[in-house]
Ligand binder design. Structure first.
Ligand code: ATP
Ligand code: MG
Length: 350
């Protein structure tokens, strides 16, 4: 049993917008087996916060994002948006509430219907649901969001998606996600498919839109480098589990989970803060989510693993303010044995 319980994972503020508790997503895998894609993940996100969600391919990031949207419904757990429990909503009520949650995907070109006009793509939410806020008509709202994402409505409105580059398509996707004035946008690797030169522009755009529209963001990425500058807090997933979550600054400077440490070590230009650590890369294969290791799921690749790690699942515990780790032998202060495989970085303040 995991059951970290979200009480540990609060952002340290009262204005929680989205609350995910013990989220479980399993897919049938044939032969009566299951893919344990997401297993008892819990976190809260505060109004205006950006939570980075990182981990290797297949660790369950997108599944977590989609389960928050109820696409498909999670196997278990709770997802609350404000005071609404999304897992209990149905039909029109669910669809209407879901307009407050939007997703932006990795491949902007294939997220847009190539045959439709941009103004119709961006305005679709309004034509289905009507307009929630602002003055003026639907057309002016579409124009406004296009201007806000850096596109000229008079030039682009009547053109079709196939005429635009990847970066421009992602701007259009951002405009579409904003048109109904959502509370939360889940950005699922929104810059991974773009040219490096365009990535920073889209990241800047998301930051600007976050301020202008008072958004709360969940930002999914493969590696910690991408989310570093934009995240207030970062959560690290491994094989369907959350292994560490904390304020970005503390997590990058003092990673407590050996997996987070390894992820940081794999960033090509390491942060100066972690240069003192002897960097090493992860060894071994990623186990199958159909038959995950007992106890700690990371133990088969962990240089610090001991018997206990196979027998007992580590629960989340606080290692610094708002910084939590699920590890029996975290890389923190004097809790780490001196002969551990990874050098221990002693905290200035414990
Ligand atoms: N519809 C599905 N049916 C069966 N298994 C699935 C389904 N969707 C996802 N999975 C499995 O669930 C696990 C988590 O997948 P998910 O796409 O959430 O990972 P991810 O962290 O987003 O990976 P990536 O970084 O490659 O996007 C993987 O093992 C994947 O194969
Ligand atoms: Mg994914």
């Amino acid at each position: 049993m995991a059951g970290s319980g979200k009480a540990h994972l609060r952002p340290g503020r009262d204005d929680v917008v989205l609350s995910v508790e013990d989220l479980v997503v399993e897919f049938p895998a044939g032969g009566g087996k299951k893919v344990h894609a997401v297993s008892n993940i819990s976190f809260d996100v505060a109004k205006g916060e950006t939570l980075g969600l990182v981990g290797e391919s297949g660790c369950g990031k997108s599944t977590t994002g989609r389960a928050i949207m109820q696409l498909p419904r999670p196997t278990g757990g709770s997802v609350r948006l404000g005071d609404r429990e999304l897992t209990k909503l149905k039909g029109e009520e669910l669809r209407r509430t879901r307009t407050q949650l939007q997703m932006i995907f990795q491949d902007p070109i294939s997220s847009l219907n190539p045959r439709r006009k941009i103004k119709d793509i961006v305005g679709e939410g309004i034509s289905i649901w009507g307009k929630k806020t602002g003055n003026g008509d639907a057309r002016s709202r579409v124009d406004q969001v296009l201007i806000d994402v850096g596109l000229d409505p008079d030039t682009v409105g009547d053109r079709r998606a196939h005429q635009f580059s990847g970066g421009q398509c992602q701007r259009i996707c951002v405009a579409r996600s904003l048109v109904l004035d959502p509370e939360v946008i889940i950005c699922d690797e929104p810059v991974s498919a773009l040219d490096v030169s365009v990535q920073a522009q889209i990241l800047n755009l998301l930051e600007q839109m976050k301020d202008r529209y008072q958004l709360t963001l969940i930002f999914i990425a493969h590696d910690l480098a991408v989310v570093k500058n934009i995240s207030d807090r970062v959560a690290v997933m491994y094989l369907g589990k959350m292994c560490e979550i904390g304020p970005a600054e503390g997590l990058y400077a003092d990673p407590a989970h050996p997996y987070t440490h390894a992820l940081l070590a794999s960033i090509p230009q390491p942060d100066p803060n972690i240069e003192a650590l002897e960097l090493e890369t992860l060894e071994g294969e990623l186990p199958s989510p159909i038959d995950p290791p007992s106890g700690c799921r990371f133990r088969t690749r962990c240089p610090r693993a001991e018997e206990r790690c196979a027998e007992e699942e580590p629960l989340m515990r606080e290692v610094a303010e708002r910084h939590f780790v699920a590890c029996h032998f975290p890389l923190v202060g004097d809790t780490a044995p001196p002969d551990a495989g990874i050098p221990v970085k002693v905290r200035a303040t414990a």
